[in-house]
Design a binder for this molecule. Structure first.
Ligand code: JHZ
Ligand code: ZN
Length: 401
C-alpha cells in the first residue's frame, strides 16, 4: 500500500530530518467516512534542501479514479490560457506547435492551448477523467507518464506538467521520458508548475500537505535535478495560483538564461530556505490554527448558528482532518464537481452537496475550504444572494470576513 522513503528523491542523500508530523491521515480523495489512514510527515534533505514526505502511497490507489476536475474553476481556466499565450510567443508566427500535457485531468489546460492554435494530446492516468476529456474532443491517452507511455505519443514542441510533478516519485525517469519526446531541432520546451514551498511556509498552508504531494519544492533542488537530467532551466515565474506557485521553463537545448532564475535562487537563500531551522517553527503555526478553528466552530455552535463549507478540495479534507473537526461541527460542504456530490469528507463523514444546498440551509457562516479561489467562491455566493452570512477563511490564521 505504501513504502517508506529512505533517501532523498533528488540527490539520494540519507541526511533527511523530520520537521513536521501531522499524524495518521486519510487519502484526501478517498471520499468515504472510514477511509484508511497513512502516516503524514515531512522530511528535509540537508544536502539539496528538498522537503519530502516520509512515505509514498501506491499511485494506483491515488489516481486511477480521481474526482478532482480542474475545469470547475474559471480562475484556473484563465490561468491556463495565459500559459498557452506566453508559450506560443517562443515560436515563429504562423507555426502551430504540438503540446503534450502530462496529467491532463479533464482537458482543462489543453482546451485553452487548442484555442491558441496548438495541436494537443493529453496523458491522464484516471480512467474517469481521460474518458471525459476524450468525449470533449481532447485526444487523451489513459496512462501514467512512463517509458511505455512515451512510446505511444508523438514527438512534440511543448510538454506541460502542471500540479503533477510534486506527485511523482521517480522524477528522474519522468524527466528523461520528457526529454526524449521534445522534437530534435525544435525550440522545444518543458513547462512545469507546482505550489511553491516558501508560499506554503509563509502562508501557513499546512493543508496542502497530503499523501499526493510527495515533494515540496524550492528552485534549488529542482535546478540540481534538471541539470543532472540534461534540462536547462531558462526562466522561472512566480504565479498566484493555488496559493502561490512557481512555473519553471526548461529546454534540452542551450538558450539564454533569464535573470529570473538566479533572482529566485538568491531570494530562497536570503530568506533562509536552505536552513532546517526555518522549517522547525512551522508545527507551532499549525497548532495555532487547529486551536483557533475548533474554538470558532464551538463558539458558533453555542450561539445556535450554522456553518457550511465551500469547496470540498483536497486541502479542505486535510484541513478538517488535521484540525480534528467532527461531523456535527459543519452541516455539509458545497462543491460543484459532479464526481464529489453525494460523497463525504474522508475520515469524518461530512456530506458533500450541490450548490443549491446553500439556499436550503441558508447558513450563518461559510467556511472557505478552497481559500485559494476565495474571490471566485465569494462572488458566486454573492451573485446567488447567499451572502447573508459571513465567511470563515481558515489560513494563515482563522479570520471572519
Ligand atoms: P482546488 C488540487 O487540490 C488538486 P485541491 C491537486 N491535488 C493539486 O495538486 C492541487 O490542486 C494543487 C470546488 N470549486 O482547486 C472544486 C467549486 O465547487 O483548490 C474543487 O473540488 N466551485 C492535483 O483539491 C475545490 O472547490 C468553484 O467555483 O485542494 C477546489 O479545489 C470553485 C472555484 C471550486 O484544489
Ligand atoms: Zn536531497
Amino acid at each position: 500500500m505504501y513504502k517508506e522513503v529512505k533517501s532523498c528523491r533528488v540527490c539520494h542523500s540519507v541526511k533527511l530530518k523530520k520537521y513536521l508530523d501531522l499524524g495518521e491521515q486519510p487519502l484526501v480523495n478517498s471520499l468515504v467516512e472510514n477511509a484508511r489512514k497513512y502516516p503524514l510527515q515531512v522530511l528535509f534533505c540537508e544536502e539539496c534542501n528538498l522537503s519530502q514526505l516520509s512515505v509514498v502511497v501506491n499511485p494506483e490507489l491515488l489516481y486511477k479514479d480521481y474526482p478532482y476536475h480542474s475545469s470547475v474553476s474559471k480562475t484556473f481556466q484563465n490561468h491556463c490560457r495565459g500559459m498557452a499565450i506566453e508559450a506560443k510567443s517562443y515560436f515563429d508566427d504562423g507555426y502551430d506547435p504540438m503540446v503534450i500535457d502530462i496529467a491532463s485531468n479533464d482537458g482543462c489546460l489543453l482546451e485553452q492551448f487548442k484555442k491558441e492554435g496548438y495541436y494537443t494530446m493529453g496523458v491522464e492516468p484516471a480512467d474517469n477523467l481521460a474518458k471525459e476529456a476524450n468525449k470533449k474532443g481532447i485526444n487523451t491517452v489513459n496512462a501514467f507518464w512512463d517509458r511505455e507511455t512515451a512510446t505511444r505519443v508523438p514527438a512534440c514542441d511543448v510538454i506541460t506538467a502542471t500540479n503533477v510533478f510534486a506527485h511523482v516519485d521517480d522524477i528522474r525517469s519522468f524527466l528523461s521520458c520528457v526529454r526524449g519526446k521534445l522534437k530534435v531541432f525544435s525550440k522545444g520546451m518543458l513547462i512545469v508548475e507546482f505550489p511553491y514551498l516558501p508560499n506554503l511556509i509563509e502562508g501557513n498552508q499546512f493543508d496542502t500537505i497530503y499523501h499526493e504531494h510527495l515533494s515540496y519544492f524550492l528552485l534549488k533542488p529542482i535546478q540540481i535535478l534538471f541539470d543532472s537530467c540534461g534540462l536547462n532551466i531558462f526562466r522561472v515565474d512566480k504565479t498566484s495560483i493555488h496559493g502561490g506557485s512557481i512555473r519553471i521553463w526548461a529546454t534540452p537545448y542551450s538558450r539564454e538564461v533569464e535573470p529570473s532564475v538566479q533572482a529566485v535562487l538568491d531570494e530562497e537563500e536570503k530568506n533562509g530556505y536552505y536552513n532546517l531551522n526555518t522549517y522547525l517553527n512551522f508545527s507551532n503555526n499549525v497548532e495555532f490554527v487547529k486551536r483557533q478553528l475548533k474554538e470558532k466552530l464551538r463558539e458558533i455552535a453555542m450561539g445556535m448558528e450554522t456553518v457550511m463549507g465551500y469547496g470540498a478540495s483536497a486541502k479542505g479534507a486535510m484541513l478538517l482532518n488535521v484540525c480534528g473537526i467532527e461531523k456535527h461541527d459543519i452541516i455539509s460542504i458545497v462543491d460543484e464537481t459532479p464526481d464529489k456530490i453525494g460523497k463525504v469528507i474522508p475520515g469524518i463523514g461530512i456530506p458533500i452537496v450541490g450548490f443549491e444546498h446553500f439556499d436550503v440551509v441558508q447558513p450563518d457562516y461559510i467556511l472557505l475550504l478552497a481559500w485559494n479561489f476565495k474571490k471566485e467562491l465569494i462572488l458566486k455566493t454573492v451573485n446567488h444572494k447567499i451572502n447573508r452570512g459571513q465567511y470563515i477563511v481558515p489560513i494563515p490564521k482563522v479570520e471572519i470576513i
